[in-house]
Design a binder for this molecule. Structure first.
Ligand SMILES: CC(C)(COP(=O)(O)OP(=O)(O)OC[C@H]1O[C@@H](n2cnc3c(N)ncnc32)[C@H](O)[C@@H]1OP(=O)(O)O)[C@@H](O)C(=O)NCCC(=O)NCCS
Length: 167
């Protein structure tokens, strides 16, 4: 961990070589190894972030979000977990998963309960309201698939593909 003098980091499991920058708020979550968490990131209880991820500044990740390995989250991305929020009373949490090697562009909002596919790319400023398939490029409000991108040339990617096809 770097100097986190102005951070709140409590009950958090932090993997080897993870870099946590100052002025973050991490509570009851799990950060994988080699993952970078930039300043002004807020991560709630129960969130799991995989290995080798980059979480850029001003990202909000509430309870119910799982981020797999090698995921890039650009600045100002907001995840959500309550479709019909109210200040008081009961609420239903919807869970969100971002699969490995996906990238989410700057300023995007991820509505509750969606899955973003492996190696998918979400354009900047998008609002993701539905599941996004593996390898898809999706942009806009609401985000629609406009193309695809090739798999990354990364040894961990072929490993994960291999694991995926073995049942
Ligand atoms: C989605 C993205 C990958 C597309 O890149 P590209 O394939 O090079 O596409 P282009 O820039 O040639 O644009 C193609 C079309 O898509 C539109 N477009 C591009 N990005 C868009 C976006 N984020 N939202 C909506 N439309 C977008 C362009 O306006 C253009 O439309 P047109 O053909 O009607 O003029 C890219 O624009 C993007 O948003 N990348 C994420 C950037 C980011 O947040 N990086 C974070 C690190 S700081």
């Amino acid at each position: 961990m770097t100097n986190t003098k102005f951070s709140i980091v409590k009950k958090t499991k932090i993997g080897k070589n993870a870099r946590i920058y100052d002025q973050v708020n991490l509570y009851g979550c799990k950060i994988g190894k080699n993952t970078k968490i930039d300043s002004f990131v807020y991560i709630e209880e129960g969130v799991s972030i995989g290995d080798d991820c980059k979480i850029r500044p001003f990202v909000f990740i509430p309870t119910g979000v799982v981020i797999e390995d090698n995921v890039f989250i650009a600045p100002n991305v907001t995840f959500t977990n309550d479709k019909r929020p109210r200040a008081q009373g009961e609420w239903t949490r919807l869970n969100t998963r971002v699969k490995s090697f996906a990238s989410i562009g700057a300023g995007s909002t991820i509505n509750p309960g969606v899955q973003i596919g492996e190696n998918a790319l979400i354009g900047s400023g998008s609002v993701v309201t539905r599941d996004i398939p593996d390898n898809a490029v999706a942009v806009g409000v609401p985000a629609r698939v406009v193309g695809s991108r090739p798999p990354p040339s990364h040894p961990r990617h072929s490993e994960s593909q291999g694991r995926r096809t073995r049942r």
